[in-house]
Design a protein around this ligand. Structure first.
Ligand SMILES: Nc1ncnc2c1ncn2[C@@H]1O[C@H](COP(=O)(O)OP(=O)(O)OP(=O)(O)O)[C@@H](O)[C@H]1O
Length: 274
C-alpha cells in the first residue's frame, strides 16, 4: 500500500512532507528538545510557538542540519535528514529565513535574489569548461525566475537599490525572496515579523498567505507574535522546556487549559480571532 492509499473506512490523506519524530537534543546538561514529534502536511502552514528557551530555534537547527540530535528521526519526503550537512539539506529543497537579516547589504535586491538561485544551481565550472551556451541559458532562466519573485513580493521599485538602503520590512521581504529563489519544497520562517511595525507585519502576513495559497509551498514558522500565528497558521505546536504541550488548530490550541497555564499563565487567555 502506498502512502496516499487509504485502508477501508479511512479517508485518503497525502503523506506528510516532513516527519519529525521523537527528537531529543541536549547540550552538556541542557535538554533543548525532549521528545519532539510533529508532521507537516503538503501545503500546510505549521507554526511553532513557546516561551523563550523552549526549543523553537533548536527545531530549526535540527531541520537545517546545524545540530545533530542524540535521538529521533527526521524525514523529508523519502530522505532521512539526520547527519546531513546544511548545504545538502538546502539542495534537497529546504530553505530558511533568519531572525536576523542575512543578506549582502551592499548588493542590490536583484543580486541578492540571484545569489539565492546560484547557491543551488551552480554552473561556474561548466562555464569554465566551455559550456558557455548552456551557462547563458541558465543565467537567463535565473533572471526570469528572479523577476517573477520581484513581482510576487512587490519589490519592483527597489530592485536596483542596495539592500542596506531599504527599510527594515522590505529587507525582510528580500530575505524571503532569496529563500524562494532556491525553489524550495519546504520553507522555514524564523520569526518573520520580528521587529516590524504594524504595516510591515500586515504586508508580510499577506505574502506568507500568498506563498501558501498561490505557490502551495508548505512552511514551518517560528513566531512570537501570537496574533499573527493565530491568524495564519493551519496548525500550531506549542512547546515548553523542549516538550510539545499541544498540537492542533489555532482554536484547539487557544482553548487548551495546559497551553493557557504553561505558556500564557493562568491570568491570560490566547487571543482568538475568527
Ligand atoms: N548551542 C547551544 N549550546 C548550549 N545550549 C543551547 C544551545 N542552543 C540552544 N541551547 C539551549 O537549548 C534551550 C532551547 O534553546 P532555543 O534557542 O532552541 O529556544 P527558543 O525557543 O528558540 O528561544 P528564543 O525564543 O529565546 O529564541 C535553551 O535552554 C538554550 O539555552
Amino acid at each position: 500500500m502506498t502512502a496516499t492509499e487509504a485502508r477501508p473506512g479511512e479517508t485518503t490523506r497525502a503523506a506528510p512532507v516532513l516527519n519529525f519524530e521523537d527528537v531529543v537534543l541536549g547540550f552538556d546538561g541542557v535538554t533543548a528538545l525532549n521528545g519532539v514529534t510533529f508532521q507537516v502536511d503538503p501545503g500546510e502552514l505549521f507554526a511553532v510557538i513557546g516561551p523563550n528557551g523552549a526549543g523553537k530555534t533548536s527545531i530549526f537547527n535540527v531541520l537545517s542540519g546545524v545540530y545533530r540530535p542524540q535521538r529521533g528521526t527526521v524525514r523529508f519526503g523519502d530522505e532521512d535528514l539526520i547527519g546531513r550537512r546544511p548545504h545538502t539539506i538546502a539542495r534537497l529543497g529546504i530553505a530558511r529565513t533568519f531572525q536576523n537579516i542575512e543578506l549582502f547589504s551592499n548588493l542590490t535586491v536583484l543580486d541578492n535574489l540571484m545569489l539565492g538561485r546560484h547557491l543551488h544551481h551552480p554552473y561556474g565550472v561548466l562555464a569554465a569548461l566551455g559550456w558557455i551556451g548552456k551557462a547563458r541559458r541558465n543565467e537567463l532562466a535565473n533572471r526570469e525566475a528572479v523577476e517573477e519573485i520581484v513581482d510576487f513580493l512587490e519589490l519592483a521599485q527597489w530592485r536596483r537599490l542596495p539592500v542596506g538602503l531599504l527599510p527594515y520590512g522590505v529587507q525582510k521581504r528580500v530575505e524571503l525572496g532569496r529563500a524562494l529563489a532556491s525553489q524550495p519544497k519546504l520553507l522555514l520562517l524564523d520569526e518573520p515579523v520580528a521587529g516590524m511595525n504594524l504595516e510591515e507585519t500586515e504586508d508580510m502576513a499577506r505574502f506568507i498567505l500568498d506563498i501558501r495559497d498561490e505557490l502551495g509551498l508548505p512552511m514551518v514558522m517560528v513566531e512570537h507574535d501570537m496574533g499573527l500565528v493565530m491568524d495564519l497558521a493551519d496548525r500550531i505546536m506549542v512547546i515548553d522546556f523542549g516538550r510539545p504541550i499541544r498540537t492542533g488548530t489555532p482554536k484547539e490550541v487557544a482553548t487548551d487549559p495546559d497551553v493557557v497555564r504553561a505558556y500564557l499563565g493562568e491570568e491570560h487567555r490566547v487571543v482568538e480571532r475568527s
